[in-house]
Ligand binder design. Structure first.
Ligand SMILES: [Fe+2]
Length: 330
């Protein structure tokens, strides 16, 4: 948009400068050089395609289609062709430079995310004996975010990274507590409940993880305010954390855990509906329920997990509710 406005402004300036004398012609030449600005802007924002469109428009203007008449003398014609050549050269170089910059940044971002995946996966292996839990819940949460009309890539990145690293704070929980097979004592629960804060403190030290850190800090908050560590309620809980809370329980119910067997999608959805308005944000539960089962099954399959539709509940709700409040946070 800004590049287009700039292009029109330069053209308007060209039209308004009459060719009455050599000085005026010189002024027009200076104005034509300003076409390089929208070309650079287009290359920076839209890459090669934007640079090509801007360069073509500037070429048409320079060749006399914007009130700047084609010179009669050979020397003037050569100079004008030289100007067009410079415009194309700058356009091509700018397009290549900015495309390489974008690719470079994308490569860095991919490398960062791969590092985060490896970190989350190693923590999963420690706690779950499988390295896919964190990526699976991150992928579910990303799909839920799209269902809630979150479209901006940077916001989706925050949600995905927050979900992926939700339990990063468990790195500080001793094995005797984290891997204890039976119920935890009050003292052990106190230790276990430090993990959201520990995780958020770790992530806040890294600039691009400061916003995901808010999801990590709040991923055990409950909609009715009975969660931890801050006892936030309703909209006071960051949206990403409210989304993740639904996904975390869905994933806990539909996968094999030490304290229960995997239940079906239908059973898990029923449990989520029972918790809407108390444990979960009801609008988010409703949005999750709109996602076709096939899509969820595909996400699970891509993370080496099977998901059963299960038209009939596999076990009564009372048993589901027991699984719903596991003996340890997931
Ligand atoms: Fe957790």
């Amino acid at each position: 948009m800004a590049a287009g406005i700039l292009m029109m402004a330069v053209t308007a300036a060209l039209v308004s400068v009459p060719e009455r004398s050599a000085e005026w012609a010189r002024s027009q030449e200076m104005v034509r050089k300003l076409y390089l600005l929208p070309i650079l802007l287009s290359a920076a924002w839209f890459g090669a395609r934007g640079a090509a469109i801007s360069t073509a428009a500037a070429t048409l203007a320079c060749l006399g289609l914007a009130g700047s008449s084609w010179p009669a003398e050979i020397r003037g014609q050569v100079e004008r062709i030289g100007e067009v050549g410079v415009i194309w050269l700058v356009g091509a170089l700018a397009a290549r430079f900015f495309d390489q910059q974008k690719k470079f940044l994308l490569d860095i971002e991919t490398a960062n995310d791969n590092t985060l995946l490896a970190l989350a996966s190693s923590l999963d292996v420690r706690e779950h004996n499988t390295g896919v839990h964190s990526q699976r819940v991150a992928d579910y949460t990303l799909r839920l975010a799209k269902e809630l009309k979150i479209r901006k890539p940077e916001e989706l990145d925050i949600v995905w990274r927050g979900a992926l690293l939700h339990d990063i704070g468990k790195i500080g929980i001793p094995d005797k507590v984290l891997l204890k097979p039976g119920p935890l004592t009050d003292e052990e629960w106190k230790v276990m409940r430090t993990h959201p804060r520990v995780g958020a403190d770790i992530l806040r030290r890294i600039v691009f993880l400061r916003k995901p850190a808010e999801i990590v800090l709040s991923h055990h908050e409950r909609y009715d305010g009975s969660g931890y560590p801050r006892g936030l309620a309703a909209d006071g809980i960051p949206l990403g954390a409210r989304m993740f809370a639904v996904i975390d329980v869905y994933d806990a119910l539909t996968t094999e855990r030490s304290y229960h067997t995997a239940c079906s999608h239908a059973d898990a959805m029923e449990s989520l509906r029972q918790g809407a308005g108390t444990r979960f944000d009801p609008e988010i539960v409703a949005a999750f329920a709109r996602i076709p089962f096939e899509e969820l099954r595909e996400i699970a399959r891509s993370n080496s997990t099977s998901l059963l539709l299960g038209p009939e509940p596999a076990f009564p709700f009372r048993e589901t509710a027991a699984a719903f409040a596991p003996t340890r946070p997931s």
